[in-house]
Design a protein around this ligand. Structure first.
Ligand code: COI
Length: 361
């Protein structure tokens, strides 16, 4: 692969971050960019100053949505050491999404080394308070100006960095989720398991309706029978029954969350009965009525582990109290963030350290 070209901002002043970061509103000074064409493959890698994109109005992805993205996070510990949480897994997932969208795959090793350099350059932007991190958004889109429907021939990958706090306006307090059976997000054998803009576009209308009713997000049911729970807008879902913690199995219409996988690994390590299986909404309701549903929580890179305080299906309101000491969601949140901030042992080798100085800046 070619050497990365650096075009860095001159006179970089000290970074001062707002006290309430929220999510996805602040961006660092630089991005990584690389182009693809059929002749050269991925080429022209650069780390450059963030600027607006210039594009032809016929740029293919705007019209037909041929784009993929992923979301991962970097953290800084108290000694200033920087690490990224499970970056290979995220970049492999980006490639899985690309394959389904006819987008050329990236060289994970090369992109990861470029990402480490970018993060090292931007390390002063990484916030350090609990729940805060540097969100990393790699995305790829078809750039050809053409109005016919076909896969593009040329692509661009950009990695954008954004210092973030909690994803939800509630912060890390329990969220309210509405189970919808008026709309569906995805069907099996479709693109539900890909991180592609279309899935998020499909979720907006129901999400806005839920918000008007005072809910944070929607829990989707399967696209065929609308019987089985799938995922929430930006997180996978876990139901803690009395003797089992269950999460919907990956059926092709659900995003294979990296935090979902991390939670499953932790629960196995803690010798809990964790299952990936089909879960009907009727089962959740009937077990709730019997007092057998102890907790509901969601997992995601942006959301981390979020407690669900209210789950509403039709007229049934399932309320969960997270103030007791046997709070699994809080225990998982604490464990994952402890590892991420370098405060606990990284038993599973989830962290990739960015503590070398590949480039003088
Ligand atoms: C993430 O958790 O990384 C997500 O992709 C959610 C995002 C769409 C805000």
């Amino acid at each position: 692969m070619e050497k990365i070209v650096y075009n860095l901002k001159e006179n970089r002043s000290k970074v001062s971050l707002p006290t309430n970061l929220g999510f996805g509103q602040v961006f660092t000074d630089h991005v990584f960019e690389i182009d693809y064409n059929e002749e050269k493959g991925w080429h022209n890698p650069s780390i450059k100053v963030l600027e607006n994109l210039q594009m032809h109005p016929a740029t293919m992805f705007i019209h037909y949505g041929q784009a993929v993205f992923d979301g991962l996070k970097a953290f800084k510990d108290e000694d200033g050491n920087v690490s990224i949480f499970r970056p290979e897994r995220h970049l492999q997932r980006l490639n899985n999404s690309s394959r389904r969208l006819c987008i050329p795959e990236i060289d994970v090793e090369f992109v990861l080394s470029a990402l480490k350099e970018l993060i090292w350059i931007e390390k002063d932007w990484i916030p350090t308070s609990k729940g805060e991190s540097l969100y990393i958004r790699p995305f790829i889109y078809g750039v050809d100006p053409f109005l016919g429907v076909k896969p593009a021939s040329n692509y661009k990958l950009i990695i954008l960095l954004s210092p973030v706090g909690a994803y939800y306006p509630e912060g890390f307090k329990p969220v309210k989720i509405l189970v919808t059976n008026d709309y569906v997000r995805a069907v099996r054998k479709g693109i539900g398991e890909c991180k592609t803009p279309a899935n998020y576009a499909a979720s907006l209308y129901a999400g806005e309706e839920a918000k008007k009713l005072g809910f944070t997000q929607v829990l989707w049911l399967d696209g065929v029978e609308q019987k089985y729970i799938e995922e929430v807008g930006t997180m996978n879902i876990f139901i803690r029954f009395k003797n089992e913690v269950a999460t919907p199995k990956l059926s092709g219409s659900i995003l294979p969350g990296v935090t979902r996988d991390s939670v499953i690994q932790l629960l196995k390590e803690w010798k809990m009965n964790i299952t990936e299986r089909v879960i009907s909404i009727d089962e959740v309701v009937s077990e709730f009525k019997k007092g057998n549903v102890l907790e509901v929580f969601g997992t995601g890179t942006a959301a981390i582990v979020s407690m669900v305080g209210l789950l509403k299906y039709k007229e049934i309101e399932m309320k969960f109290d997270f103030t007791h000491s046997d709070n699994l969601a809080a225990r998982l949140f604490d464990k994952i963030t402890e590892i991420q901030y370098g405060k606990g042992e990284d038993k599973f080798n989830w962290l990739t350290h960015v503590s070398y100085k590949a480039v003088e800046v």
